[in-house]
Ligand binder design. Sequence first.
Ligand SMILES: [Mg+2]
Length: 230
Amino acid sequence: MSTYEHIFFDLDHTLWDFSANCAETLTDLYERHQLHRLDIPLPEFIIHYRQINDSMWDDLHKGKVTIEEVRNHRFANTFKLFGLAASHVPEGLDEQFISLCPTKSNVFPHTHVVLDYLSEKYVLHILTNGFRETQRTKLQSAKLDHYFEHVIHADESGYMKPDKRMFDYALKTAGIQTHQCIMIGDDLYADVLGAKNVGMDHVFVNRLGTKHTEILTYEIDCLSTLKTFL
Ligand SMILES: [Mg+2]
């Protein structure tokens, strides 16, 4: 039986199905801007955008690029893969993506059932590298907002996971100590190593079966497994 009292959840790719929501958004924008006219096939557009965005977010977590660089270049870099110059990117595409994507509501299987169960036993919080308005919209769109006592963002704390100061800020905000909580997230670097840095127990949500050599507190491939040990 665990002795945890609080749970910190990552949001994107852990509860909120970023890939499904991203694909829906890109499909909407593809149709709005009639990108088939540029000979961009929709499935490849989605795949390439996702690869570029993921890799730029990895670089962001490692401090290699800024969020402005991610936003300014992710569509241009995607278009480049189709042999198209940045000038072909429709005006305001990134802004449209940012405002539309958080309104999508796909979550991973068992999300609401597991949160119903956990919220009876623990105080739940979100610890996210996303930004305040975006994450608030996602939580509301997916009907998740009522589960969480604190939603701690990068722009509020001034730091991003895996920075120890982000976790320290979260603990201070919740008024708790490390041994009282566990971090649950899909990102081995930001969530798991971040938690390890402050000596916090953690759950790696490894849906894709990513190979690694880390010693973990728990590893799961489906949220429903949380009920077996929490
Ligand atoms: Mg995540």
